[in-house]
Write a protein of this length. Structure first.
Length: 134
């Protein structure tokens, strides 16, 4: 069947637009490659540069008393409480708020993941429980 040029160009343009939107919304390959290498028994979150949680291990879900899937696409500040004075939070004052409203003192170790294909960087947050009051 013959196609009208205008119709064909509109269809191609719409397809390219949809592909671009899907690519931006879909988590990058960094989750399937780098983050997938982290063992599930280590409490770890993969966080974007704007502190959106993109991935969570099973141990992180257990620490936060929720499923790893319900941590994804939430903001980090809805789970981590920074109790610093004058805008400075010291390691001994970081607390997480679990889903069951339990407050748990933690230490966070920071790592980075870089995806050369999309040229994006994400943060790996490793959590260790601290003894002491929350």
């Amino acid at each position: 069947k013959p196609f009208h040029d205008r119709e064909l160009y509109s269809t191609i343009e719409l397809s390219l637009y949809k592909h671009d939107i899907r690519k931006r919304l879909r988590p990058s390959g960094i989750i399937q490659t780098g983050f997938a290498e982290i063992p599930d028994d280590i409490p770890c979150l993969f966080v974007s540069r704007d502190f959106m949680i993109l991935g969570a291990t099973k141990a992180a879900g257990e620490l936060f008393a929720t499923s790893p899937g319900s941590l994804v696409t939430t903001r980090l500040e809805s789970w981590v409480i920074l109790k610093g004075e004058k805008g400075v939070t010291f390691p001994e004052s970081v607390i997480i708020r679990a889903k069951n409203d339990q407050y748990i003192p933690v230490t966070i170790t920071l790592g980075f993941l870089f995806d050369p294909k999309t040229r994006t960087t994400g943060y790996l947050l490793f959590f260790t429980r601290r003894s002491g009051p929350a």
